[in-house]
Design a binder for this molecule. Structure first.
Ligand code: HEM
Length: 411
């Protein structure tokens, strides 16, 4: 693919806009914090910013950081995960141009500024903790980028998989999250518009958690099966989070790997299971997510405890017993979302489940053994079917004068 005059023209604009962003002094130090969105007028006209109304819709998550946002970032309410395939003939420089455009879009939109050539600039006004995360599939890593970063291999087949290629591996993934669905829709549209010359959409996976404000910040989400989901999950404040999630590989330091599993839940049959049966399936209560041997959500489960008849209180075949490992390296960061889409072929007219998303520095070492164990035996398997699966390398974050993936594309 050759570069069109329009694209080059836009790239020049991009360079000056990158300088403008750099000039705004929004540095890596801001990565973890929530910053008020600057008024768009300041960026586009140089006029002083008008008063920023403190509201959740004006909170921002910095795009420019040592790590990409949307990984350690506390999960926002809504998700769109886009699976893209590169068009035939797209070259490495084309990929660089595309990432440069998309990074510029993301940098601006996440600050509450319209993307360049944004036809609906008002829709960018409330960034609502927008984050945009870019990932490369195995074909891009091996063929376009020369296979210099190890660790991204297709997952092995698991015997419980019922994979539909419609939800399969793609060349690129763009994960967009925000607290507000309109903000999300606008960001998605800009990303899709600006990627259209280079890539086609294979799938869009939309997901949701509690709406912002429904529960206090930090509350563990519930999934569509009603379970408290995400209790035992390394988070950024944990001392071993960095070693579990961020890669140390030369040329990829601060990157990570993402696994996406689309997991349909059989809610119609799950509805017929009584409460003790549901709790035994997971090994935790439905009420507050406490282990069956405890009373509070974060109590440590006692897998040795037995009842009056001598049976284990937490079934060794329960989901938590099977998912946990004695090897502390078999852990990863889960950041999943519920999904519900219409499906007239199903009894209740809808298909619901989990867009399971996890991040790890080494998927083969950390994720695969856990997934293999669950595929071997897990009471939950009766009500859960994996219908989609993909893995991506997630490059480190971009500095202000860089685009995401530049270190891989241009070295
Ligand atoms: C629809 C599919 C799934 C559902 C509904 C589900 C639900 C749950 C629930 C309710 C918990 C207990 C609370 C918590 O600690 O988060 C849990 C724990 C966990 N799940 Fe899942 N899960 C699903 C798929 C998976 C998959 C595919 C994996 C990995 C391959 C996985 C790995 C884990 C791990 C590591 C834990 C924590 C175990 C521990 O206590 O150490 N889950 N899951």
């Amino acid at each position: 693919m050759s570069s069109s005059p329009r694209r080059w023209g836009r790239r020049q604009v991009l360079q000056s806009s990158a300088a403008a962003l750099g000039g705004a002094g929004l540095g890596w130090s801001a990565a973890a914090g929530l910053l008020p969105a600057p008024a768009a007028a300041e960026e586009t006209t140089g006029a002083p910013a008008t008063t920023t109304v403190p509201s959740p819709g004006n909170e921002t998550v910095s795009f420019h950081a040592a790590h990409q946002a949307g990984i350690a970032t506390p999960p926002q309410a809504t998700l769109t995960l886009i699976g893209l395939d590169l068009r035939d003939g797209v070259t490495k420089p084309d990929l660089g141009r595309m990432l440069s455009l998309l990074s510029d879009d993301a940098a601006r939109l996440t600050r509450g500024l319209p993307a360049l050539a944004d036809t609906e600039p008002e829709l960018a006004e409330h960034p609502a903790r927008l984050s945009v995360t870019f990932g490369f599939g195995p074909r891009v890593m091996d063929q376009l980028l020369g296979g210099r970063v190890g660790g991204l291999k297709a997952l092995p087949d698991f015997k419980t998989d019922r994979l539909d290629p419609a939800w399969g591996q793609t060349d690129l993934a763009v994960q967009i999250c925000a607290e507000d669905p309109l903000t999300l829709a606008h960001a998605r549209r800009m990303i899709l518009k600006d990627s259209a010359d280079f890539a086609t959409v294979r799938w869009l996976q939309e997901g949701y958690r509690y709406a912002h404000g429904t529960v206090p910040d930090g509350t563990t989400m519930r999934n569509v099966m009603g379970q408290v989901d995400g209790t035992v999950n390394p988070v950024e404040a944990d001392p071993d989070f960095a070693s579990l999630v961020w890669s140390q590989q030369a040329g990829f330091e601060g990157g990570t790997f993402m696994v996406v599993r689309r997991m349909r839940t059989e809610l119609d049959t799950w509805d017929k299971v009584d409460r003790p049966g549901r709790e035994a399936t997971i090994g935790r209560t439905l009420d507050n997510g406490a282990p069956l041997t405890g009373t509070s959500e974060h109590d440590e489960p006692d897998f040795e405890a037995t009842d009056d008849l001598g049976f284990p209180v937490i079934d060794p075949a329960s989901h938590v017993a099977r998912a946990r490992s004695e090897d502390p390296a078999q852990r990863f960061h889960r950041r999943s979302y519920n999904y519900t889409v219409p499906d007239p072929s199903r009894p209740t007219g809808e298909d619901s489940g989990l867009v399971f998303i996890a991040f790890a520095a080494d998927l083969e070492r950390q994720f695969v053994p856990v997934q293999a164990r669950l595929a071997e035996l897990d009471r939950l398997n009766e009500w859960v079917t994996t219908i989609g699966s993909a893995v991506y390398a997630i490059p480190p974050g971009a500095a202000e004068d860089e685009y995401v993936g530049q270190g891989l594309v241009e070295r």
